[in-house]
Design a protein. Structure first.
Length: 731
């Protein structure tokens, strides 16, 4: 329910829904006094007096105005003494409360609601693309009693882009207000330093993330209301996806907050008016679920709502999902729309075509424009799904993510044979994506089209152009936020600062061997038979005439050296890559890993424990150690479960500028890790990012000692379903 409070309503008319549509036919409010207006799905119920939500629920309306077009919650106020004939527009949304004073000020504020957040200390927030008009007023006093109405200034300590400030202030006004500034500032009162972070839009993408560490106003309800209205908390774990059931391949949409998903068709009605309808463009079946167990058919008209911040979608017998068609004047664009913020879309988009085909390890066929304009201008989308198709169709990804300004991941493109308009405008206007032709500290990650293999352009005979580049890749990165915004070239390495969404890897084919077991002199019973192929072993526990052997990792891996010193410290067992591990593994064995570097001095050392049948990361060499490390998930069939004092920087803790400081900058950790302890990354001053091969929830389940990141600056934890920011260590 909504409420609108107006004063001196004589002669006031309601027309349109705030954007020009005539939904009231100029109906007048027949009252000259104070009223409350309840906005329903069919129109307005007008009550006499200034009523609360509870009072409105039991009161009888003095006037009812119905929409000509049901479901449009909005209007335009004109005429009368209000505003001296000004044209005031109000686009209402659920929970808004409007009030107009005799001085013609027009304000809005949320309906009273409980807020689960009462203290902003040690919270991190990511602001929406556009800030909502969130003026704050109290029904008990019909004046602007809060500083938040005009120039709000809150004493909170916050960290923005590695800089510290002690105040957050904002001025937010909207249509009908005598002041029309929309600004947000971060400042230090004592020094006078400040930045204007927002002025009708964000001045820099980095200003949108803030961490509040304390301050006098961290419990101020006005600030909490404004923050929770305009930002999402980024360190809240997204819900875990349930285990995939039978045929359970799907796209997962997830967010820290609830959101909606709808399919829309948009066209120009020929009179310069844009018309929208809820229409699904797929040509088979689309299903949705909130638990990945109970599935429902999506008719394309219904607006889907998340539950607990998750929503699952899959398709069957589809060859197209979005696209463009010349059915009406100006053509029709078919797209999907997310309402909310910070929504991630993960999984393989091929599951929208036919999830059963994907489950069988194959690629469904798609037709021209299959995903064209799929997420056009979707500000809520922050993470892109996997693009698993290896065979393209004409214009299949044309304008796919155009103007998705908050998209912060970029999908890998595995297809090698290009086709007309396959990638044109694909990321046009995605200002949060950044590419460069040169590798720098910011632009670290290699990005290439195609991701591997040799890409080929369509021939002149196929496309009619001597140089088809612009018709295949044109405007692909126009309007992105990096130093490279031109048409890319095939088979050329570029560099990005964004996380890359890797393409679905083909399942490795398992070798098949045929044996005549009758020729073997074996006693009755079951045997484990090993067949050695080069440096890899294969086995099957139940021999048969035709056996498929599963990969077995019980050989010393490449780029490693295994050694064991007996307890007396005299005899030494050493093995090189390709040799079988001793079975069982001796306690306190060591594996020296040279994978991360080219020098034998640059190593990571793992230690084995027979008690737990597991390995721990035990040491890393410095100052010659690697800047990037990938931790193994298992060795010799035993998991790697702990990082224990492995990267502790002794000289960093001592504060000695000796040149012996640990150079580690980035580390990739497998999901097998359950303990990170004993100053595991102590005083690694250069460490900025930890890539964790599982979910945020699994990261939060790891056992951390209090000093695991002692002396470290702020760390970014990149998980498979989102990003966590760990503040700088404070003992």
């Amino acid at each position: 329910m909504f409420k609108l409070h107006l004063y001196d309503l004589s002669g006031i008319k309601l027309t349109g829904n705030g954007w020009g549509d005539d939904v009231f036919d100029g109906a007048e409010i027949n009252s000259s006094g104070e009223v409350s207006i309840e906005i329903t799905a069919t129109g307005l119920n007008i009550y006499e007096g200034h009523l609360s939500a509870t009072e409105v629920a039991t009161a009888t309306p003095i006037q009812v105005l119905n929409y000509d077009i049901p479901g449009l919650a909005g209007f335009r106020i004109t005429g009368g003494t209000f505003g001296g004939g000004e044209d005031i527009r109000a686009k209402c949304t659920v929970g808004d409360l409007f009030y107009c004073s005799a001085t013609h000020h027009f304000y809005a504020f949320p309906e009273e609601k409980s807020n689960s957040i009462t203290d902003l200390t040690n919270t991190t927030w990511y602001f929406k693309d556009s800030l909502e008009h969130c003026w704050i007023i109290w029904e008990t006093d019909l004046q602007c009693v809060s500083a938040a109405c005009y120039n709000a200034d809150f004493a909170v300590n916050l960290v923005v882009n590695d800089n510290q400030y002690d105040h957050l202030s904002f001025t937010l006004k909207g249509e009908g207000s005598p002041m029309a500034d929309d600004s947000v500032y971060y400042d230090n009162h004592d020094s006078g330093d400040f930045i204007e972070a927002y002025y009708y839009g964000w001045e820099d993408e980095s200003y949108r993330t803030i961490t509040i560490t304390g301050g006098e106003d961290v419990t101020n309800p006005d600030l909490i209301t404004w923050i929770t209205t305009n930002a999402v908390q980024t360190d809240i774990s997204k819900p875990d996806a349930p285990e995939v059931g039978e045929g359970g391949h799907y796209l997962l949409f997830s967010s820290p907050n609830e959101f909606t998903l709808e399919a829309k068709a948009e066209w120009d009605d020929g009179m310069d008016e844009i018309v929208e309808e809820n229409i699904g463009h797929w040509n088979g079946t689309m299903e949705y679920s909130t638990d990945a167990v109970q599935w429902n058919v999506w008719d394309g008209i219904t607006v889907l709502s998340s539950a607990g911040g998750v929503l699952y979608v899959r398709g069957s017998n589809n060859t197209i999902v979005a696209g463009w068609a010349p059915y009406k004047a100006g053509g029709v664009t078919y797209m999907w729309v997310l309402t909310g913020a910070e929504v991630s879309c993960t999984g393989n988009i091929e599951t929208l075509l036919d999830y059963k085909t994907v489950a069988n390890g194959q690629h469904p066929q798609m037709e021209a424009q299959a995903f064209a304009y799929w997420w056009r201008s979707c500000g809520a989308l922050v993470e892109a799904p996997t693009l698993g198709s290896v065979t393209l169709a004409e214009a299949c990804y044309d304008g796919m993510f155009i103007a998705c300004v908050n998209l912060r991941t970029i999908p890998e493109l595995p297809a090698t044979a290009m086709i007309m308009n396959c990638y044109t405008g694909m990321f046009d206007g995605c200002s949060s994506l950044k590419l460069s032709t040169e590798q720098t500290e910011e632009y670290k990650y290699e990005y290439r089209i195609p991701s591997s293999g040799t890409g080929t352009m369509p021939s002149e005979e196929e496309c009619g152009y001597e140089d088809p580049s612009e018709w295949v890749l044109g405007n692909m990165f126009s309007g992105t936020g990096g130093t490279f915004t031109e048409t890319p070239e095939l088979n050329t390495v570029y560099y990005t600062s964004n996380k890359i969404v890797r393409a679905v890897e083909e399942e490795e084919a398992k070798p098949t061997f045929t044996f005549d077991l009758s020729t073997l002199n074996l006693a009755s019973g079951k045997y484990t038979i090993y067949v050695t192929l080069g440096a890899e072993g294969y086995r099957d526990s139940e021999p048969s005439n035709e056996v498929v052997y599963e990969k077995l990792g019980h050989l010393v891996p490449e780029n490693t050296y295994f050694e064991y010193w007996s307890p007396d410290g005299e005899s030494v067992l050493s093995l090189s890559a390709g040799e079988p591990f001793p079975q069982p593994l001796p306690d306190d064995s060591a594996l020296i890993d040279y994978t991360n570097s080219s020098s034998s001095q640059n190593d990571v050392i793992y230690k084995y424990s027979a008690d737990t049948n597991s390995w721990r990361v035990w040491a890393s060499a410095y100052p010659f150690g690697p800047t990037e490390v990938t931790i193994r998930e298992s060795i010799g069939g035993a998991p790697v479960t702990a990082i224990d004092n492995a990267f502790w920087n002794e000289f960093g803790e001592m504060g000695v500028a000796s040149g012996f400081e640990m150079p580690l900058e980035r580390i990739t950790i497998p999901k097998s890790i359950t303990n990170i302890i004993n100053e595991a990354f102590g005083y690694c001053f250069d460490l900025k990012e930890i890539i964790y091969a599982s979910t945020i929830a699994e990261w939060n389940n790891i056992n951390f000692s209090d000093d695991w990141n002692a002396g470290c600056s702020e760390l970014t934890i990149t998980c498979t379903d989102g990003i966590i920011t760990i503040p700088a260590y404070n003992s």
